[in-house]
Design a protein around this ligand. Structure first.
Ligand code: TRP
Length: 495
């Protein structure tokens, strides 16, 4: 094991800290904001089932791989890849994997920070007399204000830069210890509230009863992307943290705890949110606003809601911060090592870049809402590019590197494993299962893309059109007159 090597950026002070830091990175907006709305968009149970499968079969094995590469390389992801590639006598082109990972981190941070800004602004919500309508209206209000979005986005990135510039070890260790368990408690409290909304079982059924007809390649890709996103995998965040991990710590057990805590928080968030959705007659497919529209209703209805609501959004913002620092850390560590610049300079440079890109995400909800890339707004396009393309691709290459490029004895040595059943199962997964499954999801998506199979959105639109046509026909028959439509812009008659 790499007893003698230490990262120049420091080492966590105890075993517990790595688990806390990695959990801090994993648990964030992905669990509480993204998971519920993605489940809601993709039909609930079907999505959740694929998501859980992706976590166990693909995510967990890759997480082990990332931690191992980091700890053996003892430097930034890019340089760890470089030195391990040299150790395995292969091309240094593997450095690129670390470099694209650092880029993916910046892109994710750019839109993550906008959503984290929403969470911060909700700290001052007040949580009084909120109805389903007023809650939706105030979220829409927030989105339509470029200035507030940019203000909160800027504030969030500044806080991230501040913590990372001081050094992750000093900046982080103290906080996470107490704050993460508190967040967990408030989510439990919300679950208890959800139990007495009257729609608790409806919510549970929605989340856990899979409707297999809803599983299609697109749902699979979204679930896969979300599994990578929520575990912070595929871009080197966990690798960077692995570099600061003490040599005598068991990587396997650690990875299992982190994945279990992360999945637990996401599921509890879903269990709290969907009953509130159904009890208030809201749509589960409300999209990114889901959490922001539902939870305030709950807080406004419960005793001491102002206190709990405020505290919840404070903790959510901190959970987002402990995630965002891991998005920028791989790039920062790399810049420090390769350009020999100061940590503060490197952090400000990258923070500014992410902030600038993020401006477009913030404005894509208002001034730039018409500007789309492949039919997606800038916010959705960066989200799609990173989660559904860059992270899974990064994951494939990490698995291939661990399974096929590194020497088996080095892998065994670093993991501190015997060649027992668990090792064999894991090794089989990183060599065959993970790359094949991720590859298959990509291929099926390409197939659907080129055969122009309908996306669910198009299907919905078409259903609507057919419905309208049928209504018109019926009306015509019933009343004995004919109906035609005029395009308001061109004045042309088209039906
Ligand atoms: N996992 C975090 C969340 O769920 C987000 C995050 C932090 C992340 N670091 C990452 C996602 C690295 C992908 C890669 O909110």
């Amino acid at each position: 094991m790499s007893e003698d090597k230490k990262s120049i950026h420091g080492t966590w002070s105890s075993r517990w800290t790595f688990i806390l830091a990695a959990t801090g990175s994993a648990v964030g907006l992905g669990n509480i904001w993204k998971f519920p709305y993605m489940a809601g968009d993709n039909g609930g149970g079907a999505f959740v089932l694929v998501y859980l499968a992706c976590i166990c079969i693909i995510g967990l094995p890759i997480m082990l791989g990332e931690i191992m590469i980091g700890r053996r390389g003892r430097s930034s992801p890019a340089n760890s890849m470089k030195s391990l590639a040299a150790e395995a006598n292969t091309t240094s082109a593997w450095t690129l994997l670390g470099a694209t990972g650092a880029l993916a981190g910046l892109l994710i941070l750019s839109f993550y920070s906008v959503a984290a800004g929403w969470a911060m602004s909700y700290i001052f919500n007040g949580f009084q007399n909120i109805t389903a309508e007023s809650s939706s209206a105030s979220f829409k209000n927030l989105l339509s204000s470029p200035l507030s979005l940019i203000f909160w986005h800027s504030l969030f990135i500044s806080l991230t830069v501040f913590i990372v510039a001081r050094g992750i070890l000093k900046g982080l260790e103290k906080w996470i210890n107490t704050l993460m368990p508190m967040l967990f408690l408030i989510i439990l409290l919300l679950c208890i509230y959800a139990m007495q909304t009257g729609a608790f079982f409806e919510g549970l059924r929605y989340l856990f009863m899979p409707d297999f007809s809803k599983i299609n390649p697109q749902v699979m890709l979204e679930a896969l992307g979300q599994a990578f996103f929520t575990l912070s995998l595929g871009m080197g965040a966990i690798m960077a943290y692995g570099a600061y991990m003490p040599a005598n710590q068991n990587i396997g057990k650690t990875a299992v705890s982190v994945a279990a805590l992360d999945t637990g928080v996401a599921l509890l968030a879903g269990i709290a949110i969907f009953p509130i959705v159904f009890a208030n007659g809201l749509a589960p497919s409300a999209g990114p606003g889901l959490v922001f529209e539902t939870l305030p209703i709950a807080f406004s209805a419960m005793p001491l809601g102002i206190l709990f609501g405020t505290l919840f959004f404070v903790l959510l913002s901190i959970a987002a911060l402990s995630s965002s620092i891991s998005l920028i850390e791989p790039g920062v560590a790399w810049l420090i090592e390769s350009l020999k610049i100061k940590r503060i300079t490197a952090t400000i440079l990258l923070g500014f870049t992410a902030w600038f890109i993020g401006l477009f995400s913030a404005l894509s909800f208002n001034l730039l809402s018409e500007f789309t890339i492949f039919g997606k707004t800038f916010f959705n396009a960066t989200d799609f590019l990173t989660n559904q393309i860059m992270l899974p691709l990064g994951g494939i290459f990490i698995a291939i590197f661990v399974g096929w490029i590194m020497k088996k004895e080095h892998v065994l040595d670093e993991l501190g494993f015997q060649e027992n059943f668990i090792f064999k199962a894991w090794y089989f997964s990183v060599r065959f299962v993970a790359p094949t499954l991720v590859g298959l999801v990509f291929l099926s998506l390409l197939y659907f893309f080129f055969t122009e199979e309908e996306s669910p959105d198009n299907e919905k639109e078409e259903e609507k059109e057919i419905y309208i046509e049928e209504m018109v026909e019926e009306l015509e028959e019933l009343k004995g007159f004919s109906i035609s439509f005029r395009d308001p812009k061109t004045n042309e008659i088209y039906l």
